[in-house]
Design a protein around this ligand. Structure first.
Ligand code: COA
Ligand code: MG
Length: 284
């Protein structure tokens, strides 16, 4: 498996591994990463065929700079073991995404069977309660919220503000940030509702998520835009750095920009924002 590199994860598109047309289409889509799904998006009687198709496609097709993540079935299912065997050492796979991770032991079981980075679906109550220990796993690269499964297990209702899910979302963001891991928000099911998607992307971005998982290509542009620094943010970051440098030159430790104080910690944030913008600009 390829080595992990620093890159944005604004848009992470699910593609059912059983869908040959979608697999082909994926090579031309503006997704930062792709999750090739063998789990929930594939019906039980399609599982074996999907695994064979995906192993073949990932071996033959060039997905360019997009990170290639395979979501396998859980080891407690009929297909998990064979999924891992099929993708162990596969040159077309960058990471394996483990569904319904409850404890670090669930990651250990997968880590014993495949090399390379692992990702964890955060989609059970137990998993969210153990988020810190899961994020600390040495092989873990990133976490993905499974908000549909989490809502189902909690008995939570759908609400546009996602209030019932905020505890699980927040616990997972805290855990990922504590351990320096990537964290991606859950999907927005109504793939024709652009305003709803935008609002949910903005909420996830404001909470600290790196990006959003998506189910349809029509959702890509909005996620890519919302999770990228805007022109206004870039301009402000530059002005903050300039003002802070000038304050330093005067022997002061604090600057003021637009009536707000700018301290060293804000400069760290401003520099991270500019680095992210440069990273995105370098991709296109
Ligand atoms: N990735 C890549 N291409 C996709 C895609 C995806 N996730 N979803 C749809 N497409 C393609 C279709 O193949 C179609 O291509 P074409 O017109 O060039 O032939 C085009 O985008 C338009 O698709 P559309 O007709 O609008 O949607 P659909 O009815 O074919 O599919 C879904 C709708 C929701 C069933 C489909 O988007 C899907 O399966 N999404 C992924 C679901 C998933 O992975 N769930 C698990 C995680 S929650
Ligand atoms: Mg799930």
């Amino acid at each position: 498996m390829a080595k992990s590199g620093v890159r944005p994860y604004r848009s992470v598109l699910y593609i059912p591994a059983s869908n040959a047309r979608a697999l082909e289409k994926a090579r031309g889509l503006e997704a930062d990463a792709i999750i090739f799904d063998l789990e929930d998006a594939v019906a039980p009687d399609e599982k074996v065929k999907a695994r064979v198709l995906l192993a073949q496609e990932l071996g033959q097709q060039d997905f360019g700079p997009r990170r290639r993540i395979v979501r396998v079935n859980g080891l407690e299912t009929d297909w998990g073991e064979a999924d891992l065997a099929a993708f162990q050492g596969h040159p077309g796979v960058d990471a394996v995404l483990v569904p319904k991770v409850n404890t670090p032991a669930d990651l250990n079981a997968v880590a014993a069977r495949v090399a390379g980075p692992l990702w964890a679906m955060m989609e059970t109550a137990k998993g969210c309660l153990n988020a810190g220990a899961i994020a600390a796993h040495g092989r873990l690269e990133g976490m993905v919220m499974g908000t549909n499964d989490l809502a189902k297990e909690l008995g939570a209702r759908f609400r546009a503000d996602r209030l019932p899910l905020l505890a699980g979302l927040g616990a997972s963001v805290l855990a990922a940030r504590a351990e320096g891991k990537v964290i991606i928000d859950g999907v927005f099911n109504a793939f024709k509702d652009e305003a709803g998607l935008r609002a949910e992307c903005e909420q996830g971005r404001d909470m600290g998520f790196d990006g959003k998982t998506l189910i349809h290509p029509a959702q890509l542009a909005i996620a890519n835009e919302v999770f990228a620094p805007s022109e206004a943010e870039i301009t402000l970051a530059r002005r903050q750095i300039e003002a802070f440098d000038a304050a330093r030159a005067r022997g002061e430790g604090v600057a003021v920009v637009d009536g707000k104080i700018v301290e060293n910690l804000h400069i760290v944030t401003a520099e991270a924002l500019l680095a992210k913008a440069a990273q995105i600009a370098a991709m296109v």
